[in-house]
Structures are given as structure tokens and as C-alpha cells.
Design a protein. Structure first.
Lengths: 365, 392
């Protein structure tokens, strides 16, 4: 029995023809699911396998971790170089001080390489993993010497193993992103989608006008188109605002729009929105990927507050508002949500005593 | 204006609040002429539904006269006499297009809350917690009605308020409960709970062609109304074993359709006593949010291959769900908040044709200002209270 979409059937059939096989698949057994448009992809793909990795990303910033490991390398290296006996004692060994000094030099070299290795020093962090292996080999060998302190050796081994785990995690993250699997900056803080009861053309054309974005993105105050593919963004911040300029990097009508902040902006950000025809002709599935690298210091703190502790949830609510604008022409408000202070704050569900204009004004913010 | 506001467990007060205004372009303002207390309001009253805020205006069964319309309201005008549906529905989304109005994707601004609890969000509902949007309710002098073209039904002048008020919720809800049983000629339908929704489920089962309808409750006045108003046979679960009586009545086969019109605050005595104490204890310890005593019994009693229809409200999680009985006997369960707007025209037709007069469930009429008293006697089943209608 053959199960699949018509399009998949056709693809299989073509393959069969190409390889000279006779086409035995009986077309009447095709289970139709409506996925028959020319742009619809063949079924049978795997989804969601990247989730685990991005969960790690959510909690571990590998670039910061690499710097931490760099300082750790230099510190431990200096200790090994300048006080090899002390280090040996802590580790429970009667040591060969020359070897420990050599290991110290190795640590310092790794540390310097991490700081010299640019923003994403995958190679130097892998060199730390090699060093960890050497350390573990030495500790293992030290167990064979009866006069060594086994308890201290075990403690030292446990510590090296813990650092090794961090090194491997960090090196893997850095390497994965070197492959370009997740875009130029390698962080995926927000990735959401929503299904909208309208054609991709309609959804695309509303989003394509960036000046519309503040209508549904709570943290944006305004976006002004300043030239061909260029725009000026202003985000709300308590007691002020944060501004940056962005350029469109990709514009495939009815399919995809990408943008990023200009070099040297206070805020480093990029985004991509894809417009996919929903299966079965049920409108459009809109996918948004937003990447923010908030600036440091006070501005960064403001941004963190704006963007909240749940950026995925914020984005989902923004997209739901976008859906309302496309499907209904405006954002639906209730009495309990009419505070203009965001969605997590609710007031009692009583009329507010303001009319259409005032409410609409609040919603613009 | 004056409105009935929730302030905590078994604490409602009629207070002065601001008048509603048009907030969205498809809104209308309705001057309320009749409003009712729903059995599901008691779940709020007893604080079983989370995300209530002190001051929330209650009420989702109301009707009145349109006194103001927004610029995008096209099919209603000032002066129209309308019933308002309890689901707030946009009319344009995927679900509204399929007439699954209570599943509207666009009318719950707090969908994120509902998603955390339910996985997905239902539509917005008037005066029914912030989980369903935080909309001010209709136990008030005026109400803002979003998407007025979709959420109101014009009613003819010759029918009085009491005949059409229940088109807002409980009549369509009972009807949908019966319809979900997929009733065939000759079928027997049993209804757990002879409150107002149960009464309409029983009456509707007959409208849909059931041969025999059985109502189950413990309050004599409700069982009497089931017999006299809805023409059902009745079982008093305090005096009889429900399962055995149903088997006796159906030759051991069980009812073809079983409707749970009770929901999360089920009671039980006699044979149910231990079960009730078990669920009550788990509820008190926050180990279970809902008491599914009626639902369990409906599943066990339903005939092989039959349908269990759930219109009683549940809010969270239940315990000891008889999945083995459910699966091995090819049962079907259908559920839902009522898609009122897809039923009310047809049901208005039944009323106009004189086939049913929904006012038979009303036992108490009082002023809006007496809402707290209404809640009290309705909740405690005092003075044979079954349905309270309030007049602002």
C-alpha cells in the first residue's frame, strides 16, 4: 500500500521512471491530505530535532563560557608554573614538578589562544579538551603510586572531569555554529510561528511595511523607513528608548524577509520571517526567528526588562496580535487587559470608562 | 452603572462601576433588560476557576437593546432587541468559519494563560475569569458586546424576554449536549444533573428524536421539573443505585447516550459517599481540581459503543478516569463549550413554533441589586431555587 500526498506520489513516480523501474504504485490508494500545491514540500521530513540543542543554548552562552574557561586556563597555568609543589599537594601527588610546569605552560597557551581566537574560539577550546585528556591520564597513572593520597587524587579527578564536561560542551557549541547551522551569530533566542487565515501575499505585504510592526510588537515604539531597504527602529525602555538602524538583507516576495541591524549599532539584532502556505490551503503559516544581542550596561538591562523573561511567550502574544490585525483589521481588547502595561498585568474586568479612541491610542503603545 | 462584581469565595456585590464604551470597531453597547445566574457562575462563586480578580463583573447570560454601535457593525443597529451569546467570536478565523464559535482564535487576549493550562485557548467569554479574556460580564445595566454582528441574535417583539433569554447559553448548551449523542430513533438518553442545562438537554433529546429520556439528580424539585417540564423519567441518586436502576430500565444494555450536565463540582451520597469524600479530599489537598463523580458513572453506565457527552464544566484535572471501560467498550466522548451562534436560530424557530417554552426552568425573578441573595439560594439550593433571572 502506498501512503502519501499526491505530490509525494509524483515525486516517487518520477524517481521510479528515472531509475527505469515500472511504476507499480496504485494511485487510488493515495491518502489525500490537501497538500497538493506546487509549493508544498514532500512529506516525510523530520522536525524538532534541533530543540535539544537550542535548549542548551537558552541556558548556556558558549561565548561567555569560552572566556571563562580562558581565564581559568591562565589562572591554573600560572599556579602550575609558579607553585608546582602546591598544586601537586592539592592533587594528592608527590609530583614531578617539571611535568607540572610544562602542563602550566600548556594551560597558559590555551588561555591566550582563547582570547586571541576571536569571538568564537572553537579550536583553542578543543585544545583544552586535549589538555584535559592528558591531565586525566596523569591522574590515572598517579593512582598506581602507593604513596599518593587517593582521596585527594579522586577529588582532583572529579574536578578535572567536571571542567572537561564544560570544555566539551563549549567546544561543541562553538563548532556547531562555525558550521553555520544557525545563522551568522549562532544564537536563536526566539523562534515562533502562527497560522493565519489569509493568503501568503496578504500576510507578506503587511509585514513588508516595517512601519506596521509597532502595531503588534509590544516593545517597539516606531519603525521608520529611511531609504531603500533601510529603516530606523525605536524600542521602548523605561524612562527612555533604544534606537538602531537596520537594513533588509533578503526580500523574496510572499516567501521570506530578513533584516539585521547595521554594523556599529548599539543593538545587535537580526530577524527572518517566512511565509509558508499552510497545509491544505488553510492560509499561511508565519515563522519568525528573532535574534537579539542586547548591548551591555544600563541599556542592556533595560532591554532585558522589555524583552522579558519569556521572549518566546512575548513573541507568541505579538504574533497573535498580528494575526488579529490581518484577520480582523484590529487588535481585540478586553476590559481586564486594557492597561497598556502588557499582558501579564490584569486589572479587574470592569469597564474602564474610556472610549474607542483612547483604547486604540493605548494599543498603539 | 450598577454591576454584580466578584470579590472572593461566595462574595459577590452589586457596585457602581464605569459605563462600558466602544473599544473595538465591531463592538456594540447593549442596555440589559434581563440577565441570569448560570450554574457555571457557581464554579466562580465557589472559587473553583482560577484567575478571577476582585472586582470582575460577572454574568454571561444576558439580553437587551442595542444603544450604541461601533463603525464596523453592519447587521445590527441602535434599537435592535437582541440576545447575546456567551462565547465571544470573531466570525472570521478558521474555527468561526466552521461554526465552532466557542473555539474562536482571536477573542481571548489572555490566550497565553489558557495555553499554559489547557495547551490551547478557547474563545473569550463574558465575566468568566481572566483565563477566558477578562471581559466584563452581563450582570449589569450595560455591557460591551464585541463582534456584535456575530454575537447577537435579533429576537421578535412577540416573544418576551423570559422565552428567549436562555438562547444566550443554557438552551443551546443543553441542545448541543443532546446533539453530540448522535441520537437515532428509538434511543434512550440519560442526563446526569437536572439543573437548567440538564433540563434543556432532556427537552432537546426529545426534540432530536429520542424515545426515552432519563434524568438523574437528588433534589425533588429538580426531578419534578424534569418529569413535568422536560417529560423525562427520573432517578433520585440518594434513593436508588443509578447504575443498577439504569440497567434495570434498559434490560442491562445501558443508555445509548449519556450526558454529563454536572461538571466539576459533582456531589454524591449513599453509594457515592466514599467516592465523594475521596474526590473532595483530593480537591482540598490540591491533588485534583475537579470532582468527576457524574462523569465516571456516565461512562460506566453507557451502553457498548454509545456516546458520553460532556457539557458540565471542567476546569483542570480529574482522577480515576475509567479508561479501561471507555476503551474496551468502544465509547465515544464528545465535549465542548457550546457553539451558541450555530444553534440559536434553529432553537428560536422551535420557540416560535411553540414546541418549547424555555421559561419553564425559571423559579426566581429578582432585581439585579439582589444578585448576592440569588447566588446564595441558587448555590445552596434553598427555596427550591433552580434558575434565577435578574432585572437591572
Amino acid at each position: 500500500m502506498v501512503i502519501g500526498t499526491k505530490r509525494q506520489q509524483e515525486a516517487t513516480g518520477q524517481q521510479a521512471e528515472a531509475s527505469g523501474q515500472s511504476q507499480q504504485a496504485s494511485p487510488e490508494l493515495v491518502i489525500k491530505d490537501g497538500l497538493t500545491g506546487p509549493e508544498a514540500p514532500v512529506n516525510g521530513r523530520e522536525f524538532g530535532s534541533g530543540v535539544r540543542q537550542s535548549l542548551v543554548k537558552k541556558y548556556v552562552n558558549e561565548e561567555q563560557l569560552a572566556r571563562g574557561l580562558g581565564w581559568f586556563s591562565i589562572g591554573l597555568g600560572l599556579a602550575e608554573l609558579l607553585a608546582p609543589r602546591g598544586v601537586a599537594k592539592v592533587a594528592g601527588m608527590r609530583g614531578n614538578t617539571a611535568l607540572i610546569r610544562l602542563f602550566g605552560l600548556r594551560e597558559i597557551a590555551s588561555g591566550i589562544a582563547i582570547f586571541a581566537g576571536g569571538r568564537r574560539p572553537a579550536g583553542p577550546v578543543w585544545s583544552r579538551v586535549v589538555g584535559d585528556a592528558l591531565d586525566l591520564a596523569c591522574l590515572g597513572a598517579a593512582y598506581a603510586t602507593p604513596e599518593n593520597d587517593k582521596a585527594r587524587l579522586t577529588f582532583a579527578t572529579a574536578n578535572v572531569l567536571a571542567v572537561t564536561a564544560l570544555d566539551v560542551l563549549c567546544a561543541q557549541q562553538l563548532s556547531a555554529d562555525d558550521d553555520g547551522a544557525n545563522g551568522e551569530r549562532g544564537r536563536v533566542p526566539v523562534n515562533k510561528s502562527i497560522i493565519i487565515n489569509a493568503a501568503p501575499e496578504e500576510v507578506y505585504s503587511y509585514w513588508r511595511d516595517f512601519e506596521n510592526l509597532p502595531r503588534f510588537m509590544r516593545y517597539l515604539e516606531s519603525v521608520t523607513v529611511t531609504g531603500e531597504g533601510r529603516s530606523h527602529w525605536v524600542a521602548k525602555a523605561p524612562g527612555g528608548s533604544v534606537e538602531w538602524d537596520a537594513e533588509m538583507t533578503e526580500d523574496v516576495p510572499n516567501q521570506r524577509i530578513s533584516w539585521r541591524s547595521l554594523e556599529g549599532s548599539e543593538v545587535e539584532t537580526s530577524g527572518t520571517v517566512r511565509f509558508e502556505p499552510a497545509v491544505g490551503g488553510r492560509g499561511t503559516v508565519l515563522h519568525v526567528t528573532l535574534d537579539f544581542n542586547p548591548p551591555g550596561g544600563a541599556v542592556g538591562a533595560l532591554f532585558a526588562k522589555l524583552w522579558g523573561e519569556d521572549p518566546d511567550g512575548e513573541m507568541q502574544t505579538d504574533l497573535r496580535r498580528f494575526k488579529q490585525i490581518v484577520e480582523l483589521g484590529e487588535i481585540v481588547v478586553s476590559d481586564g487587559t486594557l492597561t497598556g502595561e502588557g499582558y501579564t498585568e490584569q486589572r479587574p474586568a470592569q469597564p474602564l470608562g474610556v472610549g474607542y479612541g483612547a483604547a486604540a491610542g493605548q494599543l498603539q503603545k | 452603572m450598577r454591576a454584580n462584581c466578584w470579590h472572593g469565595k461566595q462574595d459577590v456585590r452589586v457596585e457602581q462601576v464605569p459605563d462600558p464604551k466602544i473599544l473595538n470597531k465591531r463592538d456594540a453597547i447593549v442596555k440589559i433588560t434581563s440577565t441570569a445566574i448560570c450554574g457555571s457562575d457557581l464554579h466562580l462563586y465557589n472559587a473553583f476557576i482560577p484567575t478571577m480578580k476582585a472586582g470582575d463583573v460577572l454574568g454571561h447570560e444576558f439580553m437587551g437593546e442595542i444603544v450604541e454601535v461601533g463603525p464596523e457593525v453592519h447587521d445590527r443597529k441602535v434599537g435592535d432587541r437582541v440576545v447575546v451569546s456567551f462565547p465571544i467570536s470573531c466570525g472570521k478565523c478558521f474555527f468561526c468559519e466552521q461554526e465552532l464559535f466557542s473555539l474562536c482564535e482571536n477573542t481571548n487576549p489572555n490566550a497565553w494563560m489558557a495555553e499554559k493550562m489547557f495547551g490551547h485557548s478557547p474563545c473569550g467569554i463574558y465575566g468568566y475569569s481572566h483565563l477566558t479574556g477578562g471581559y466584563a460580564g452581563g450582570q449589569a445595566e450595560y455591557a460591551r458586546v464585541p463582534f456584535a454582528d456575530v454575537g447577537t441574535l435579533k429576537v421578535p417583539e412577540e416573544l418576551d424576554d423570559e422565552q428567549v433569554l436562555f438562547l444566550s447559553d443554557i438552551f443551546p448548551t443543553g441542545y448541543m449536549g443532546a446533539e453530540m449523542c448522535n441520537i437515532k430513533p428509538g434511543d434512550t438518553v440519560a442526563v446526569w444533573g437536572c439543573g437548567p442545562v440538564g433540563q434543556f438537554a432532556m427537552a432537546s433529546a426529545y426534540l432530536l428524536g429520542a424515545e426515552r429520556v432519563i434524568g438523574i439528580d437528588r433534589f425533588p424539585e429538580r426531578l419534578k421539573m424534569a418529569r413535568e417540564g422536560a417529560k423525562a423519567d427520573t432517578i433520585n441518586y440518594e434513593q436508588a443505585n443509578v447504575y443498577e436502576t439504569l440497567m434495570e430500565m434498559t434490560g442491562g444494555r445501558g443508555p445509548d447516550g449519556c450526558i454529563d450536565a454536572v461538571g466539576l463540582e459533582a456531589h454524591g451520597t449513599g453509594a457515592h459517599g466514599f467516592e465523594y469524600m475521596y474526590d473532595r479530599a483530593k480537591q482540598a489537598l490540591m491533588m485534583e481540581t475537579d470532582r468527576p463523580i457524574a462523569l465516571r458513572e456516565a461512562i460506566m453506565a453507557c451502553r457498548n459503543g454509545g456516546t458520553v457527552s460532556v457539557i458540565g464544566v471542567y476546569g483542570g484535572f480529574i482522577d480515576k478516569f475509567p479508561m479501561g471501560s471507555f476503551m474496551n467498550r468502544s465509547l465515544t466522548m464528545k465535549t465542548g463549550q457550546c457553539h451558541v451562534q450555530s444553534y440559536w436560530k434553529k432553537l428560536l424557530g422551535h420557540i416560535q413554533a411553540g414546541e418549547i417554552d424555555p421559561s419553564f426552568v425559571i423559579t426566581h425573578r429578582m432585581k439585579l441589586d439582589d444578585a448576592a441573595h440569588g447566588f446564595d439560594i441558587f448555590c445552596n439550593k434553598e427555596d427550591d431555587c433552580i434558575k434565577v433571572v435578574l432585572k437591572p
